[in-house]
Design a protein around this ligand. Structure first.
Ligand code: NAP
Length: 493
């Protein structure tokens, strides 16, 4: 008889909602989703900065089983994406599984069970633990001297304070020029703020323009599902065969991407001095290419100032740059990115034989194949290291990984094992394979980025999307160690 496992999912973002649906559809009834906040939505709940939008085409940024022909824009805006997830959550009746305002603070593995403690100091036990905590959710605060001495308002883009006036005439300084800043700066500039942009390193911008989708088109897409499917397939094809290949070393796509970014800079920025300041000196794609057509026009406006002389420190009045200039400001916005390697931490997590996650990952953050960890049985890390993040829709990635997880849970339900974890040698082999592929990618093309771990190794997948899907299609049981609760190895070499 099939067993009904108790499954804990951490996080009610895009991946957590998906997992709850998949688990329920598989006939599993004991599902608990812990959500530290009072709303679903993950990154789309946290990031509310002006201009927040997805730079993956909207029709591709949906669950495959829940298409949305009603997107208002080619690149959907943050609030509309959050609404989409709210709608799916309600339609699939997922809320009943979610425990809001309850974060997991501690997880300990013992006797084929995960024992959890939450922020409400409640205790639970589960057969499976799945971290759907995302990658870009721990804001990174810069170590600039004097950060806490500033007299005005200061906040990170992921914690945008909407009570602060950033409108007409307000002197706003924004530190950082990544994807987030490129979306927020035009909004600030167009709202009339006096915007000082502190750029440490210039970025390459790919000019894929957003456009709104009118009611007529929406009606057409609703009526003719083939047209909608075509748009989705085209977006996937474009990302897979153009963008992903360009950054993973395919020469023709790489040239095309480089050409598009260089021409964009040349044609968009009229002033030669400004153009020089905005010109990166590293390979296109080394940092995540910014998909944007609004930043270049905005930075050329009178109320925008690009400052490249480097930050000396922050004072009570503003930002003092290395050339001795004090830039007086009312508001400082830190658009300084995230700490991607934290994953589910600071959760206090202990695997088999008391092994702490910080010890397991002290040299490098590794998993097989991106989601299972030796000594952490019956645990799955969604969107873990070396998934194709950065180049593809994370929803598509989560769907592939969720299917992989479901296959293993199904084996547990059929009494094939009680515990499962990867073999050390499989983790090593997987990492060697990934490392080999990384050599030819743009990410090792002479820049610093959030893609790199402390050893300078990119945390991305260096092969094609198709190759990844193929690898994830079916678990290779020879790479996995399974046991019964009596600790007898069922699959030992
Ligand atoms: P990011 O790409 O990591 O950019 C951080 C920026 O802050 C960089 O310009 C960096 O400069 C600068 N910075 C960091 N520390 C600094 C310091 N101490 N002094 C001066 N400058 C400093 O972060 P992000 O823009 O938030 O984007 C992160 C990722 O989020 C993106 O790559 C993307 O994957 C995702 N995202 C996606 C969308 C979307 O549309 N789907 C939108 C926003 C974000 P350096 O370059 O010199 O390090």
């Amino acid at each position: 008889m099939k067993r009904n496992p108790s499954v804990c999912v951490i996080g009610a973002g895009m991946t957590g909602i998906l997992l709850a649906i998949k688990l329920r559809d598989a006939g599993i009834s004991d599902i608990t989703v812990f959500e530290k906040k009072d709303e679903i939505g993950g990154t789309w709940r946290e990031n509310t900065y002006p201009g927040v939008a997805c730079d993956v085409p909207s029709h591709m940024y949906t669950y495959s089983f829940e298409p949305n022909p009603d997107w208002s824009n080619f690149f959907a805006r943050g609030p509309e994406i959050k609404e989409y997830f709210e709608r799916v959550t309600d339609k699939y009746d997922v809320r009943k599984y979610i425990r809001f305002n309850e974060g997991v603070t501690e997880a300990r593995y013992s006797g084929a069970k995960w024992s959890l403690t939450t922020s409400k100091n409640l205790h639970y036990t589960f057969d499976f633990l799945i971290a759907a905590t995302g990658i870009l959710h721990h804001p990174s605060f810069p170590d600039i001297p004097g950060l806490d001495t500033f007299d005005g308002e200061i906040f990170h883009t992921a914690e945008w304070d909407h009570s602060v006036n950033t409108g007409s005439g307000v002197k706003v300084g924004i530190i950082g020029t990544g994807s987030t800043a490129a979306q927020a700066i035009p909004e600030l500039v167009n709202n009339g703020a006096d915007v000082s942009v502190f750029q440490r390193t210039p970025q390459w911008l790919l000019p894929l323009s957003d456009f709104s989708i009118g009611d007529k088109t929406k009606r057409f897409l609703n009526r003719y599902s083939f047209a909608h499917k075509f748009m989705r397939r085209f977006a996937i094809w474009f990302m897979e065969h153009m963008f992903t290949k360009a950054v993973t070393g395919h020469p023709i796509q790489k040239k095309l991407l480089e050409w598009a970014c260089r021409i964009n800079l040349r044609l968009s920025i009229k002033n030669r001095v400004l153009r020089q300041k905005l010109k990166p000196n590293y390979q296109v794609g080394c940092k995540r290419v910014i998909v944007n057509t609004t930043f270049y026009p905005a930075i050329q406006k009178e109320n925008a100032h690009l400052i490249t002389s480097g930050i000396e420190r922050i004072t009570e009045d503003g930002v003092l740059t290395k050339d001795g200039t004090l830039h007086k400001l009312d508001v400082i916005v830190l658009s300084t990115g995230f700490k991607p390697l934290n994953f589910m931490r600071p959760m206090n997590m202990t695997g088999r034989n008391g092994l702490h996650i910080d010890t397991a990952w002290q040299h490098s953050v590794k998993a097989y194949p991106s989601m299972l960890l030796p000594n952490f049985p019956n645990f799955f890390l969604m969107l873990g290291p070396n998934t194709p993040i950065g180049n593809f829709s994370v929803i598509a990635m989560s769907e592939v990984q969720a299917d992989y997880v479901m296959q293993l849970i199904e084996k547990w339900r059929n009494n094939e094992f009680d515990e499962i974890e990867p073999r050390q040698e499989a983790v090593q082999r997987f990492n060697n394979y990934v490392k080999e592929g990384l050599k030819g990618t743009a990410w090792v093309g002479g820049c610093q980025s959030w893609y790199l771990d402390p050893d300078g190794d990119p945390i991305l997948w260096p092969y094609t999307w198709g190759e990844w899907v193929k690898q994830m299609a079916k678990p290779n049981m020879a790479d996995l160690q399974t046991r019964s609760v009596t600790n007898q190895s069922k699959n030992a070499a």
